[in-house]
Design a protein around this ligand. Sequence first.
Ligand code: HEM
Length: 401
Amino acid sequence: MLSERTIEIIKSTVPVLAKQGTEITSHFYKRMLSNHPELLNIFNHTNQQKGRQQTALATTLYAAAERIDQLETILPAVKQIAHKHRSLGVKKEHYPIVGENLLAAMKEVLGDLATDEIISAWEEAYNEIANVFIELEQRMYADAENMEGGWKDFKPFVVVDKVKESSVITSFYLKPKDNAVLPSFLPGQYVTVKVKVDGHQYLLNRQYSLSDAPGKEYFRISVKREAEPDQPKGVVSNYLHDDVQIGDELNISVPAGDFTLDVTQNSPVVFISGGVGVTPIMSMLNTIAKENPSRPVRFVHSAKNEDVHAFRLEVNELMNRLPNGTSFICYTEPSRQESANHTGYMTKDILKQFISENADYFICGPVPFMKAVINYLKELGVASENIHYEFFGPALQIAQP
Ligand code: HEM
């Protein structure tokens, strides 16, 4: 239990954090990773370079500091992060390393502003916040290991098939090397894939959504080759596309994530995806077709053009199995005469036709797409609790669209 004085100090440092939060955390990361280079086997180096992780951690600490006397209110955000931590193998013993380096970074960046009293208040507050994560993650580790077909941390899977879904997206069908039964998962969840890529000193981790229904003999992930002209080439996605072949092994975590669909509900569901954001939606759609096919379903998808439009045939087949299902496709930059329902970006007018009472909306895609869609839905009167979304990458940057 924190004292009144500690709470007061923490709350009064929130404005400083808001102003310098990212500076402190960037410094903290550099410091921690040079003192503990082994942690580079856990952290995503691309997110580090782009500063994404720093922003996510800073935002969370800021939110936590603001509500240090009612930490239960940040539990939904903590749960989402804890899923990711668990899928990556972040352990209890890592927290003191983060705490120690974070406090040292605060001192180094804030200088005289960081008095001993402030630092010791933050030490106490960090421990409180860390304990919320640790407790939740301990439970998640126990569940992952004890569930039917579950395992600890990572386990080798064999690639049993590799299927091109579009010019940029390829699916990998994965079976456990030990032939054990697969655990069930909730449609929308992802796995962490851990790989060793030639020329890279450390192991690399990426999260990929499972794109098929649970209850099959395999897990399917569908990976976009990240190779935009003005962006750094995706190391792991290009490695998977070019170097990983049928028969090769990949280390996989137990499925994680809380962007999930309750398939037993009968309320209408509207899926809105952009580009590779379709992958968790494919798992949801496949699961509905398997377990609750009469549910009203609207599948709205935006892709650049037909060449990069993944799962076109699979969605058509699924729609044939859903008597109350319809699909709507937008092509933003059609390369030739192509059959889409709309040419151009998603608009509020398009979304208007999919608004129905009690519907739940599941959105996944690039940040600008998601921000636009979430805003349109809100303007169309959809309640926040009916809007569910997931962005690939540190999630909190979209928390205030
Ligand atoms: C991801 C916060 C402790 C390793 C994240 C994210 C947040 C966060 C907000 C982004 C979540 C997302 O992508 O959806 C925190 C806070 C911590 C903490 C507030 C302490 C109270 C730790 C520790 C480790 C760790 C102890 C391990 C040394 C990671 C890694 C990611 C991550 C590897 C994935 C993102 C990436 O690789 O870019 N954390 N974290 N975190 N965290 Fe933590």
